[in-house]
Design a protein around this ligand. Structure first.
Ligand code: DGY
Length: 327
């Protein structure tokens, strides 16, 4: 029997390649630049599987160009780049990589929080500039993180992992989400529920952990920033489009908030020029970027594809109804 053909838009990692190649004949895009749209469409034309990144749009036009496709495996937990209903309509299974990046992403939310509060970006620039004249009493004084109030918008796996780290910093933790967690979980994490407006008004650090959905698109508006303390810092490791970036820039310019630390942007890789400010820490979508975690993400995507072509239910299927209709 011929092996199912799969396109991977990156060479992945050795461990993931081994998993994929157990069952499939794989073509890897391994040029230094990311795969151009025309190449993606052309190379996917005869493939039955695709392992893709969150920078590739899997929409109706792509699916039309890949008529033999049976599975799309995103190497990411977020899947706003995939039109899942369009996949379902065409009988294409879609999968993601939940669970393995929670702790690493939580670490990075803390990295950003500490960096913006303690002015690490400015300090590093000074240390490298050759212009540092030595210790001074009021030099680059920042804000304490410990003992403050942390407001988590979104209290799923990642939000909770961020909360868990807060106890070492003796912080008060507030959260808001469409679902209240159990009293036991609240106790364990030392976290208290607040409605969104109260959380925004009471928090010193506001960290975002919601997925990008129609309901969360543009969630952070001018009105939301206006509710925050003028001393508050806004941290986003979720998705750029949950924030109205122009409103954030305006909030920073008018000192409605003290600063921001961002890993994700509305129009990645374009960053709003108004965010290029000393009180804003900017990272290029790195929250899950540890070798351990990225390797696990690639392995999960590969496993989803391998299992599917092995006749099994892929562990992280987003549209299980496809399996019911195709048997
Ligand atoms: C994801 O998996 O959705 C992350 O944004 C990648 O780091």
């Amino acid at each position: 029997m011929p092996r199912p053909t799969v396109l991977a838009t990156r060479p992945l990692f050795e461990e993931a390649r081994r998993i994929l190649q157990e069952k499939c004949q794989v073509e890897y895009w391994s040029e230094p630049e990311r795969i151009p749209k025309e190449e993606l469409f052309a190379r996917a034309q005869d493939k039955q599987g695709l392992v893709c990144l969150l920078t590739e749009r899997i929409d109706e036009a792509f699916l039309h160009a890949a008529p033999h496709l049976r599975i799309v495996a995103n190497v990411a937990v977020g899947f706003d780049n995939i039109d899942v209903p369009a996949c379902t309509k065409r009988g294409v299974v879609a999968t993601n990589t939940p669970g393995v990046l929670d702790e690493t992403t939580a670490d990075f939310a803390w990295t950003l929080m500490m960096a913006v509060a303690r002015r690490l970006g400015e300090g590093e620039a000074l240390a490298r500039s050759g212009k540092w004249t030595g210790w001074d009493l009021d030099q680059l004084v920042g804000t304490d993180v410990w003992g403050k109030t942390l407001g988590l918008v979104g209290f799923g796996r990642i939000g909770r992992a961020v909360a868990r780290r807060a106890s070492g910093f003796k912080m008060k933790v507030l959260y808001t989400d469409v679902v209240h967690v159990s009293e036991d979980t609240e106790k364990q994490l030392n976290a208290e529920y607040r409605d969104m407006d109260t959380l925004l008004a009471q928090s010193d650090f506001i960290s975002v952990h919601v997925p990008l959905l129609p309901e969360t698109q543009g969630l952070f508006t001018t009105a939301k920033f206006a509710r925050m303390k003028p001393t508050a810092f806004f941290i986003n490791t979720a998705r750029g489009s949950v924030v109205d970036e122009a409103a954030l820039v305006q909030a920073l310019e008018t000192k409605k908030i003290a600063g921001a630390a961002l890993d994700v942007y509305e129009k990645e890789p374009v960053i709003h020029p108004g965010l290029n400010r000393a009180n804003v820490v900017l990272a290029p979508h790195l929250a899950s970027a540890s070798l351990e975690t990225r390797t696990k993400m690639a392995c999960i995507a590969a496993t989803n594809v391998r299992d599917f072509f092995d006749g099994k239910r892929p562990p992280n299927i987003l549209n299980p109804e496809v399996l019911k209709t195709t048997g």
